[in-house]
Design a protein around this ligand. Structure first.
Ligand code: GDP
Length: 527
């Protein structure tokens, strides 16, 4: 194996999916602790946005001298190099959250043990399913009175349609939580509440039905657990690595992120089982991560990360080869070669240049408006990576100008902002409305503010009766024309020029689908 291949095989690039408040931020912090990325784990976030305050990061950065960022966190663990991509979850939930999932090789799903499967998790799982992404599961908050675990597994299996293979199992819960039991190694891991910044020692006992375990846990607890484990084995699936890698089965771990317990037991397996960078599909051929020549795609564009720099950063997932500073890349959509001397990671607000990044890593390119979501970069080959879609928005507002003379600026601003991918623009066929769509509510405020700052346009929002959007496709030209005529009042052109059905309600959408069975109503659109 070459050095490059060896390094690529070490990469584990993943994201966390969860419903807000399940514990994603807390787990992120503990993972960084375990990776020795931070030792002084204060509280991870400033506000309730799921984001770390930059100042915290800067402090951590200075203390540790490693690269931490809110968007990409890289840390070594055991023999591996882990890339954790942030999936914004609270008010900052947006289409970027979905698209980030197209840039990872696997996912960790965090479930609140008291709540089970919640809405946001269902939606995010749908996105993972587009690529059969392998899923690890962590069931959190065992230090609380949680729901029956078998019931929660059952819910995951039926609602999310994935087989569960518990690897660890909790011993008690709430005040009586005593640790986890490893079903495969027959080891008992004793719970000692970790403090914020401390990784507790791993106190292990070999054998659940052992004198030592009985002494530690008590005969009643052991007997009850032995019985429960029988039941669990009967009611769940045996772990199968291939089924996991196909996205059909998820290994399940239990613990409490707050007390930092059970995370290490999971991470140890994660770095072992989770896939190294996988091959990626393009319009021409599959690109293997170990190919010598560089390639990558843009999955997110973020503006104004640093108020001192007014540029935007385009996040690129490296899919093959290596980036080295100063190399020439081909921007295939533009058909142009460009020299990239200053790709960045985001060292806690203080940007630093990357010397090298390889398959599985993420780099940031300075973007002055020429780079769009989904763009492919190569070392010359004319390729276009596929599977980086737009997702149908779920929230819509009509945009109105305060000063009607600024229509041109407004249109330009909305168009450009929608090219960044966090919002989408729709222009109805039979009126002059401008409709903004997003999957997260904060995006509307962001657009309003950026229109003011960058385009000098004041806009206001009005409610509009649109519930969801679907991109319309049909092989039969005449039928499509007919549909356009008859359905014009609910049709629009999106920012990319594609025909879109904007449905006033779900019922309306399904009726329309029934009426036009030969027309495809898609909830994603490729670039
Ligand atoms: P996120 O919204 O998914 O990022 O969730 P957070 O990590 O912010 O956690 C939400 C709340 O649950 C916070 O108040 C955490 O302190 C708390 N929390 C997280 N993990 C645990 C846990 O294992 N046990 C308990 N009791 N609380 C937890």
């Amino acid at each position: 194996m070459s050095q490059l291949q060896h390094e690529i095989a070490k990469r584990r690039t993943f994201g966390i999916i969860s419903h807000p408040d399940a514990g994603k931020t807390t787990i992120t912090e503990k993972l960084l602790l375990l990776g020795n990325a931070i030792q002084l784990a204060g509280t991870v976030k400033g506000k309730k946005t799921g984001r770390m305050a930059t100042s915290d990061w800067m402090q951590m950065e200075q203390d540790r001298g490693i690269s931490i960022t809110t968007s990409v966190m890289q840390f070594p663990y055991k023999e591996r190099m882990v890339n954790l991509l942030d999936t914004p979850g609270h008010e900052d939930f947006s289409e970027d959250t979905y698209r980030t999932l197209t840039a990872v090789d696997s996912v960790l799903m965090v479930i609140d043990g008291a709540k089970g499967v919640e809405d946001r998790t269902i939606k995010l799982m749908d996105v993972c399913r587009l690529r059969d992404t392998p899923i690890f599961t962590f069931i959190n908050k065992m230090d609380r009175e949680v729901r029956d675990h078998i019931e929660v597994l059952d819910e995951i299996e039926t609602v999310l349609n994935i087989q569960c293979a518990p690897i660890t199992w909790p011993i008690g819960m709430g005040k009586a939580f005593q640790g986890v039991y490893n079903l495969y190694k027959d080891t008992v891991h004793i719970f000692t509440p970790g403090q914020n910044s401390v990784v507790p020692d791993d106190i292990q006992i070999q054998g659940l039905d052992s004198a030592e375990a009985r002494q530690q846990l008590g005969d009643d607890v052991v007997d009850e657990l032995l019985e429960e484990i029988e039941l669990v084995r009967g009611a769940s699936h045996e772990f199968d690595l291939d089924a996991y890698l196909r996205g059909e089965m998820t290994p399940v771990f239990f613990g409490t992120a707050l007390a930092n317990f059970g995370i290490r037991e999971m991470l140890d397996y994660f770095v072992d089982w989770a896939p190294a960078p996988i091959a990626r599909q393009t319009n021409e051929r599959e690109v293997a991560p170990t190919e010598d020549k560089f390639s990558g795609f843009i999955f997110k564009i973020q503006a104004n990360m640093d108020p001192k720099h007014r540029d935007r950063i385009a996040f690129m997932r490296v899919c093959s080869g290596a980036y080295t500073r100063g190399m020439k890349m081909r921007h295939t959509r533009m058909g142009k070669d460009i020299k990239i001397a200053d790709a960045v990671t985001f060292l806690a607000g203080d940007r630093s240049n990357v010397e090298e990044a390889i398959s599985g890593d993420i780099i940031g390119l300075h973007n002055h408006g020429t780079i769009q979501i989904g763009d492919t970069f190569t070392q010359g080959e004319e390729l276009q990576f596929t599977g980086i879609p737009h997702f149908a928005p779920e929230l819509f507002k009509r945009v109105r100008l305060k000063d009607p003379l600024k229509m041109k600026q407004l249109q330009k601003g909305l168009q450009q902002l929608s090219e960044e991918g966090a919002t989408q623009l729709f222009m109805p066929l039979n009126n002059n409305d401008l409709i903004l769509g997003a999957v997260g509510v904060l995006q509307f405020d962001v657009v309003q503010q950026r229109l003011r700052d960058e385009y000098k346009v004041e806009c206001i929002y009005e409610p509009i009766n649109v519930n969801t959007a679907r991109w319309v496709e049909c092989d039969d030209e005449r039928m499509l024309e007919d549909f356009k005529r008859k359905g014009a009042e609910n049709l629009a052109i999106d920012g990319g020029g594609y025909l879109t059905y904007i449905a006033p309600s779900r019922v309306n959408l399904s009726l329309t689908q029934e009426r036009w069975p030969d027309i495809r109503f898609r909830d994603t659109r490729e670039h």
